[in-house]
Design a protein around this ligand. Structure first.
Ligand SMILES: [Mg+2]
Ligand SMILES: [Zn+2]
Length: 195
């Protein structure tokens, strides 16, 4: 209480977002979004992304997609999911500047969050991006840990869960701010155009 209100993100130029539980609904524990039909946008995220775009910030998705390694869906299925995601955002004037995904299983790569390979790929593609001007927002401890490893600022998205897991509690302790949703993060800390 109190701590988060003093936080200022006005110098953030790059907003890294986790996907599931941030842009679209998180499937139940142990389940995956396996096709575009199962990708359900969370309320208000289209306008939140559009507001970030209008503020001049770059918006980049970094997502673990272990379901590919497990054979639950293909890279083509994932491309269709992301086409739908981009379409939904575009309908409200928003866009993503990049989507980076890890298709690997646990322990097989350097890009599955909390490892930092996806961010390093993005930093190569966006030479202005540095940990100091970047924010990572995600709904799992892995997201927050990945951001912190790089020295980025982090925002934990709690979602509207009834019970807080030990991991979520830890993520909340580690992140600079905790908010219920991406729209809350954007409108409370990043974009004030409607005030
Ligand atoms: Mg997530
Ligand atoms: Zn990977």
């Amino acid at each position: 209480m109190g701590k988060s209100r003093a936080i200022e993100f006005s110098d953030i130029e790059f907003v890294f977002l986790d996907r599931d539980g941030v842009l679209n609904r998180q499937p139940p524990e142990g389940r995956f979004v396996t096709c575009a039909e199962e990708l359900e946008m969370l309320p208000g995220v289209e306008d939140a992304v559009a507001a970030l775009n209008r503020s001049g910030r770059r918006v980049i998705v970094v997502t673990n997609q272990r379901g590919i390694a497990l054979g639950l869906y293909s890279q083509d299925d994932l491309a269709r999911m992301h086409a739908k995601l981009r379409e939904r955002l575009a309908a409200r004037g928003g866009h993503l500047d990049g989507i980076y995904f890890c298709p690997h299983d646990e322990g097989q790569c350097n890009c599955r969050k909390p490892l930092t390979g996806l961010f390093e790929q993005a930093f190569l593609d966006f030479p202005r991006a540095r940990p100091e001007n970047s924010l990572m927002a995600g709904d799992s401890l892995r997201d927050i840990e990945a951001g912190l490893r790089l020295g980025m600022r982090t925002a934990f998205i709690t979602g509207d869960v009834e019970t807080i897991s030990a991991d979520a509690e830890r993520a909340r302790m580690l992140a600079q701010v905790s908010v219920a949703s991406l729209p809350e993060l954007v409108h409370r800390y990043l974009c004030f155009e409607n005030r």
